[in-house]
Design a protein around this ligand. Structure first.
Ligand SMILES: N[C@@H](CCC(=O)N[C@@H](CS)C(=O)NCC(=O)O)C(=O)O
Length: 219
């Protein structure tokens, strides 16, 4: 049984959770409570010295870390159903969309950045939320611009089957919802989000459906 270290509201964990469900891979999830700082416990840093989730343990081997690396591993080790297009150009596009989220958007919103803004610069919560709103929407708007201009955009971000682009974009929409962002400026993203949410793998992976999540959205 695969062991996923995660947290209910972690967007990076959510990406891995969605991919595991899409591929029908059984796993058990261990919660590392980021709100209580459990990521900094020595016992967890033995799993992932970066003190972040997710980490994925397979067959008691060294844990895999970084959601994008884990997603690519799952795709290579469990090719069915494919979450990447067959052609190199298509794969580059899917990776590009995914990386707008994973490399350029989500890192600006994570707890350690929010804590640093608070402790080093004295920014209060409304100001920190403006920061998050700004970068969270910029990222989704960058995805929207890519989706709108390319004829490969269809039911999903790339064609008629979900890909790693959808996995990443949906995780970021969950983040926008947790922070109460107005997503009306990204209609294509939200249309595709709606399509993905018709699939059980996406629906049951959402933050607010995980053990420990509050009944109502909160960040
Ligand atoms: N680039 C990493 C991001 C990992 C990450 O920052 N995870 C967040 C939760 S989504 C975390 O554990 N944060 C702990 C902290 O910031 O202290 C990935 O995609 O796996």
């Amino acid at each position: 049984m695969l062991k996923l270290y995660g947290f209910w509201r972690s967007l990076a964990t959510c990406r891995v959770r969605i991919a595991l469900h899409l591929k029908g891979i059984a796993f058990e999830e261990t919660s590392i409570n980021l709100m209580k700082g459990e990521q900094h416990a020595e016992s967890y840093k033995a799993v992932n010295p970066q003190a972040v989730v997710p980490a994925l343990v397979i067959d008691d081997d060294a844990p895999l870390f970084q959601s994008m690396a884990i997603l690519e591993y799952l795709e290579e080790a469990h090719p069915q159903p494919p979450l990447m297009p067959p052609d190199p150009r298509g794969r580059a596009r899917v990776r590009g969309i995914a990386q707008i989220v994973v490399a350029d958007t989500h890192p600006l919103m994570v707890p350690r950045v929010r804590e640093y803004l608070e402790k080093e610069f004295g920014l209060d919560e409304p100001t920190r939320n403006r920061w998050i709103g700004h970068w969270g929407l910029k990222g989704l708007q960058a995805v929207e611009a890519q989706l709108v201009k390319d004829s490969e955009t269809a039911r999903y971000c790339h064609g008629s089957r979900p890909t790693l682009a959808d996995v990443c974009v949906v995780s970021q929409v969950f983040g926008a919802q947790l922070f109460g962002l107005d997503t009306s400026s990204v209609p294509t993203v939200m249309r595709i989000f709606g399509e993905c949410m018709k699939l059980e793998a996406f629906e049951k992976s959402q933050p607010l459906k995980q053990p420990g999540a509050p009944a109502k959205g909160t960040h």
